[in-house]
Design a protein around this ligand. Structure first.
Ligand code: NAD
Length: 387
């Protein structure tokens, strides 16, 4: 079948099997060409391993540090003429490439929040891996079902009052004002239930109770803070409340498992186009302007470069470099004064007429299409492919 992109605003409902394969292979090759990471992790569990930051962490730990990895993801395989989701193709390629190097790489496709998936993971780790020395929590999920059947749904809203600002219209790349509504107490609570740290702690408990946490193991969850411009929708919004809960959980993990010398960290990463971030209102225009500014200053990074920097420059597994709040700051380049001053200058004046000059609209969409395996060099998009 010939597979074409079918884009509906911030989502593409098709994925190209060969494009996804090539995209992941290119990233693996990039890491293969670098020097090996010394004192990296050996046995890694990545929760949310198939796309975005989780996949990048999996690639860097496996191909950069030679780690065995177990991934947890929630992806759909192909059905009839319907393509699989990109994470499904990404993971297949990851596993094939890992096998070539004799690296253990298995993946559970299911709901990470559920007891069943946790039990399956515990069984696999016990039988096939041994103790885990790094747990990466990189879930970006719209909802969570808990054991009693209650379903919590996360929302991307402000808290306090509604917020209006310029926003990129993903349908036609025009700029117009958009208002983001204010969440009620229940919506805030639901978002914290889904994107906060409760489930992260459950994973840690499950590993610990089964004796599968290595002494001195590390765990990290990913967060975002961003500039004041996006505070109303991000840092002070519903998602920001969840991220604060995540940060509190990192501290609780360190305390709870102190006798095993386990440490919980938050890594604050850069804003990038992923399936999760494309859905946040107002953020895509900020990202497109930021891309242009950072590329011109030669400071731009993707998920892979960010995760590579986590293990090398930020010395995550040896002697992590932290800010005054104990967090790892991979958003340090994004938040440089000179970068933010230039973004703010452009944000003030950007409109539908000048947006292609002031923002990297091409770069935004390139990253977007790449996620689904499109616009990848060397792929014949007219050819028939097997799904
Ligand atoms: P993503 O959408 O690319 O990845 C999400 C991953 O979670 C996928 O592997 C998906 O399969 C998995 N997943 C979702 N629901 C699941 C479930 N119920 N069970 C099992 N797996 C499930 O997102 P991302 O942007 O890489 O985000 C990962 C983390 O990084 C999030 O916590 C996000 O807030 C954070 N972060 C993102 C950015 C950004 O700009 N993209 C910046 C900083 C921090």
């Amino acid at each position: 079948m010939v597979v074409k992109p079918k884009v509906r605003e911030f989502i593409c409902t098709t994925a190209h099997p060969v494009g996804c394969k090539m995209n992941v292979k290119n990233q693996i090759d990039q890491i293969r060409q670098e020097e090996k990471i010394v004192n990296g992790p050996k046995n890694v569990l990545v929760i949310g391993s198939s796309t975005g930051y989780g996949l990048a962490t999996r690639i860097v730990t496996a191909f950069g540090a030679g780690a065995n990895t177990l991934g947890i993801m929630f992806e759909r395989p192909a059905q009839g003429k319907r393509t699989a989701t990109p994470g499904w193709y990404n993971t297949k390629t990851f596993e094939e490439e890992a096998a070539k190097e004799g690296l253990y790489a298995k993946t559970i496709n299911g709901d990470a929040f559920s007891k069943e998936v946790k039990e399956e993971a515990i069984e696999m780790i016990r039988k096939e891996m041994g103790q885990i020395d790094l747990i990466v929590y990189s879930l970006a999920a719209p909802r969570r079902t808990v054991e009693d059947g209650t379903v919590y749904t996360s929302v991307l809203k402000t808290t306090g009052e509604p917020f209006t600002n310029k926003s990129l219209n993903l349908k036609d790349n025009t700029v117009s004002e958009k208002t983001v509504d204010c969440a009620n107490e229940e919506e805030i609570l639901h978002t914290v239930k889904v994107m906060g740290g409760e489930d992260w702690m459950d994973w840690m408990e499950a590993l610990s109770q089964n004796g599968l946490l290595a002494k001195g193991a590390l765990t990290v969850a990913y967060s975002y803070i961003g500039p004041e411009l996006t505070y109303p929708i991000y840092n002070h919004g519903t998602i920001g409340q969840a991220k604060k809960h995540l940060a509190k959980t990192a501290i609780e993990i360190t305390e709870r498992f102190r006798d095993q010398d386990v440490k919980g960290y938050i890594s604050v990463n850069k804003a990038l186009v992923t399936q999760a971030s494309a859905a946040i209102p107002i953020v895509p225009l900020y990202i497109a302007i930021m891309y242009d500014v950072m590329k011109k200053k030669d400071l731009h990074e993707g998920c892979l470069e960010q995760m590579d920097r986590l293990f090398r420059e930020k010395q995550f597994t040896t002697d992590p470099i932290l800010d005054e709040n104990g967090m790892i700051r991979l958003d340090d380049w994004e938040l440089k004064q000179e970068v933010q001053d230039e973004i703010m200058r452009r944000y003030e004046i950007v409109d539908s007429e000048n947006v292609t000059e002031l923002a990297d609209i091409e770069g935004y969409w390139d990253d977007f299409y790449h996620m689904f395996g499109f616009r990848i060099d060397g792929v014949d998009y007219e050819a028939d492919v097997e799904l």
